[in-house]
Design a protein around this ligand. Structure first.
Ligand code: JFZ
Length: 621
């Protein structure tokens, strides 16, 4: 029996009228250094606040990639296939006729919806997003639109999404769907499958009408009418989709379920919220609604031999870093074709949950850090009247220091056990410099992040300038700079991480203002970024050799960007950061300073100079 999709009858498929005027806010702005500025709330803003309440409260969700790709689990005809597991059909160029046969071996007899939802709930996750149809085109639900689905094509014959919807409802977890609207390797009118279908056809300028009006809208209608309230639709990889088609889908979803959120990956900036690149942890402060999807190992769909599990420590750091930028952390599991979530995933999620039980107050419903600078010891989240200091590097000398807070602290305590902490606030008026010193116990309450709560009067008031840190280091992050250019417009822009990319002309430069507390001699260090590590790795992930000029305090330092060493932040492991120390500067007075970074000669113009930050590090005496 062929499982190929039956052809569409158009008339039946054109039923869905477009509802105009549904607010779909564009969320594509780069991280905003002025985030936190008070904004006037319009009626549209309050409506958005209402629709986004659960999402902002949640901060933490479970992603599930589950499909036929769990059967080969990364191996095809005895060969290990590089790359993420759910891409095996594409990576091994498996013909549809062969891939379809996997359905016969998909028999998840150990699937237990309540057990999966319990894993999510015990981890402290508040929503669950599962692949209803991934790029392979196979529907993981009982679809009337297509016979290429789990209920018709597998021996198992059940609809796991129905069971999960019920289990989530019972457990108080928001339920949501991933749906691949653009790539569908089973369909000639979709994008992605060039091995079965030649790609040079005229209609390949957009998604074919039969596919778009038929399979996509037909299945979305089923998903949005048969499974109760759906928190969001996680569209993905816009490629062929036109702006009109993206908007059409947003309107279609909102018409069926007005409160259902639409991910930014619907394409063309018309989604409800921004989705960061995979495994991308932003370094910029931001007040938009956004989410980052992250893998527990290096794959989304199950691969039998991917054992590169992130540690609980790293997962917690990522979760808290994302929350400190006002974002949501969507952490993935890839169950097996038997229906089992891999044990290493379960173990880590349980530990994350144990931390969340004690420290959840500092994450759920929290907003990002009000500070312009990062903290050397960890990161900060906030709520009205409260700041949460997530301390990953517990001070060895018993003193935890925070610069730049202007509120009076009414109480400081450890979140674990609500133990009070002694606090001293000082202010140097001449410098407009405020410091908080907390006397903390020698032993941290948690081996991961220990949370110190500062209760303050009113909304956080912080020094908006980039302040040198208590360690003496001045960190000038790219996205906090002003871009200057002698050209009509700059080529430099900031990516989703807040990193400056496409610095390919000598016309552009970056300029920072910062505040020095402790004068001295400093090493000038450039932190650059490689492109994301891909499997298999792409050639030339980084270009060096650029000649740069740093000017500060009347001094000039020339240097060449080279990878003298590499930094790999454990919680941001997919982008190694090559480091160059280009020289030294003497900064002899405290107070406001400026620093300019100019590109005197860009050596490679494919990526150009990809800059994370400039650091001034106190020189060793
Ligand atoms: C996409 C899918 O292709 C992949 O299989 C998985 O479902 C993942 C969650 O999403 O992959 C992407 C999409 C976007 C980026 C990277 C991988 N991105 O923007 O960097």
């Amino acid at each position: 029996m062929s499982l190929r999709l039956r052809r569409w009858t158009f008339a039946a498929l054109l039923a869905a009228a477009v509802v105009p005027g549904v607010a779909a806010q564009t969320q594509t702005a780069p991280p905003d250094p002025e985030a936190g500025a008070v904004s006037k709330k319009s009626a549209a803003d309050s409506e958005r606040d209402r629709r986004f309440k659960w999402f902002r409260d949640a901060r933490f969700g479970m992603f599930i990639h589950w499909g036929l790709y769990a059967v080969p689990a990364g191996t095809w005809k005895g060969k290990k296939i590089d790359g993420i597991g759910e891409w095996i059909m594409n990576r091994a160029k498996i013909p549809i006729s062969e891939y379809e046969l996997l359905a016969k071996d998909f028999n998840p007899v150990k699937f237990d919806a309540d057990a999966w939802v319990k894993v999510a709930k015990d981890a402290g996750m508040k929503y669950l997003v599962i692949t209803s149809k991934h790029h392979d085109g196979f529907a993981m639900f009982d679809s009337a639109t297509s016979r290429y689905d789990i209920a018709e094509a597998t021996p198992w014959k059940r609809d796991p999404l129905k069971e999960l919807a019920a289990a989530c409802q019972k457990a108080g977890i928001k339920f949501a769907f991933y749906y691949s609207q653009d790539q569908d390797w089973h369909e000639s009118e979709a994008s992605g499958n060039e091995w079965d279908f030649p790609s040079d056809r005229e209609w390949k300028k957009s998604l074919g009408r039969g596919y778009f009006e038929g399979k996509v809208k037909g299945q979305l209608r089923e998903l949005l009418t048969g499974y109760g309230p759906i928190g969001l639709i996680w569209f993905d990889t816009p490629k062929l989709i036109t702006k009109e088609q993206s908007q059409d889908l947003v309107d279609f979803v909102h018409k069926l379920q007005p409160d259902c959120l639409v991910s930014g990956r619907v394409g063309h900036g018309v989604g409800d919220y921004d989705s960061a690149g995979d495994n991308q942890i932003s370094v910029g402060n931001t007040d938009r609604d956004w989410e980052t999807p992250v893998t527990l190992n290096d794959t989304w769909g199950f691969k039998s031999y991917d054992d590169n599990w992130k540690t609980t420590h790293v997962l917690l750091r990522q979760l808290v870093e994302v929350a400190s930028r006002n974002g949501n952390y969507l952490l993935n599991v890839g169950p097996t074709s038997e229906g089992i979530i891999p044990q290493p995933s379960i173990d880590r999620l349980r530990e994350v949950g144990e931390w969340m039980k004690v420290n959840g107050d500092a994450v759920y419903g929290s907003q990002g850090t009000p500070f312009a600078h990062d903290q050397s010891w960890g990161t900060v989240t906030s709520k009205p009247g409260k700041l949460y200091l997530h301390v990953f590097d517990w001070p060895k000398n018993g003193s935890l220091v925070v610069y730049g807070l202007k509120n009076k602290i009414t109480r400081a305590s450890l979140l674990a056990g609500n133990k009070p902490v002694k606090v001293a606030q000082t202010r140097v008026a001449a410098l407009d410099h405020d410091a908080v010193r907390l006397s903390v116990p020698a032993k941290p309450p948690s081996p991961h992040a220990s949370v110190v709560v500062l209760e303050i009067e009113g909304a956080p008031k912080v020094d908006a300038s980039l302040i040198q840190q208590p360690t003496g280091v001045v960190e000038l992050k790219a996205h906090q700079a002003k871009i200057e250019t002698t050209a009509a417009k700059p080529t430099v822009r900031f990516d989703n991480r807040g990193v400056a990319e496409r610095w390919t002309t000598e016309a552009d430069s970056l300029k920072w203002e910062f505040k020095l507390v402790e004068p001295g001699t400093f090493d000038v260090v450039l932190v650059t970024s490689e492109q994301k590590i891909r499997h298999p790795p792409t050639a030339d992930p980084w270009e060096g050799g650029h000649k740069v000029l740093v000017e500060t305090n009347g001094q000039k330092v020339n240097g060449t960007v080279e990878a003298q060493s590499k930094r790999i932040p454990p919680h941001n492991p997919y982008w190694p950061l090559p480091i160059t120390k280009i020289g030294q500067v003497k900064l002899d007075k405290a107070g406001k300073q400026t620093l300019t970074l100019k590109a005197e000669q860009i050596a490679g113009k494919r990526f150009g100079l990809t800059l994370v930050s400039v650091e001034l590090v106190p020189a060793k005496k």
